[in-house]
Design a protein around this ligand. Structure first.
Ligand SMILES: O=C1O[C@H](COP(=O)(O)O)[C@@H](O)[C@H](O)[C@H]1O
Length: 278
């Protein structure tokens, strides 16, 4: 596992969404060419949904063979199917309704109106994940996982000072006491999120700056869950200027890196601090 985390600062949220969308489209085209399919994990939240909208609006979306893409979610709100507040509903409206995905490869969490209790729903989703694992593996190999970050530093539905962020087993948990409504949620655990090859965190706004600063300074995962996020190949924070105020200068990549003016290999990544959150 790499200890590198990279921070890319964009002028504002639309610029961020466009930049992440462009990277996503390029990367998925490559992944499909190299591996024949791609397992992608979506996030809920305002920024994550705006990124999906930007992907849908890009003409390059037609360059992807969407039938080879598996779509999963990092977390879900325990609400009826089709509810406006479900991460699934928002992702469908923003992207999935506009591209030719294979519905058999779209894997939403169970909904609260389907006759399961929330703990059964967590088990059901873990089973669904296991049924798509490669031979010899327990879970699918996630190529790209998107994560939004709350002002309190939560990722997926792993909230500070709750049990979620400290679960050490890869899998799916039911959350009964989310401080952000609704109280009931389903979430991949941190070890399962961290099994992703690439984790792309998307966050904007001054209200997120303190949590981001603490996470990058090595805060504990229990206090600031985003501090525990680390993909196996790349962990990139896509942020805007307002969210960047507490980010150490040494972790911010030069603008020329992501505008394409510099070869990406020119950039020497800075090691993340080896704090308690690692
Ligand atoms: O409730 C949630 O919030 C977070 C962050 O959302 P944002 O609107 O502050 O970007 C999101 O990552 C998570 O998936 C979602 O369930």
């Amino acid at each position: 596992m790499t200890t590198e985390r990279r921070v890319l600062v964009h002028p504002d949220r639309p610029a961020l969404a466009a930049s992440v969308a462009a990277r996503f489209l390029t990367k998925v085209i490559d992944l499909i060419e190299d591996e024949g399919e791609a397992h992608i994990v979506l996030t809920g939240g305002s920024v994550g949904t705006e990124v999906l909208r930007a992907i849908a609006q890009s003409p390059a979306r037609n360059s992807i063979d969407w039938s080879l893409v598996h779509v999963w979610w990092g977390d879900e709100r325990w609400l009826p199917r089709g509810d406006d507040e479900r991460n699934e509903t928002q992702a469908r409206r923003a992207l999935l309704d506009h591209v030719p995905v294979d519905e058999r490869k779209v894997h939403p969490f169970p909904a609260s109106d389907e006759g399961l209790d929330i703990d059964e729903a967590a088990t059901r989703y873990a089973d669904e994940l296991r049924s798509h694992a490669a031979e010899g593996a327990e879970f699918p190999r996630f190529a790209i996982t998107f994560l939004g970050v709350g002002p309190d530093g939560h990722v997926a539905s792993l909230f500070p000072e709750r049990e979620g962020p400290t679960v050490t087993v890869p899998g799916v948990i039911a959350v009964h006491d989310s401080p952000k409504p609704p109280a009931g949620r389903l979430s991949l655990t941190m070890p399962l999120l961290n099994s992703s090859e690439r984790i792309w965190l998307v966050l904007t706004g001054a209200d997120k700056a303190p949590a981001l600063g603490l996470a990058l300074a090595g805060a504990s995962v229990q206090e600031v869950p985003v501090a525990g996020v680390l993909g196996t190949k790349r962990t990139v924070f896509f942020i805007d200027a307002d969210a960047s105020t507490d980010v150490p200068e040494s972790l911010i990549m030069p603008t020329s890196y992501w505008t394409g003016a510099m070869d990406q290999s020119d950039w020497l990544p800075t090691r993340a601090p080896s704090g308690r959150g690692r």
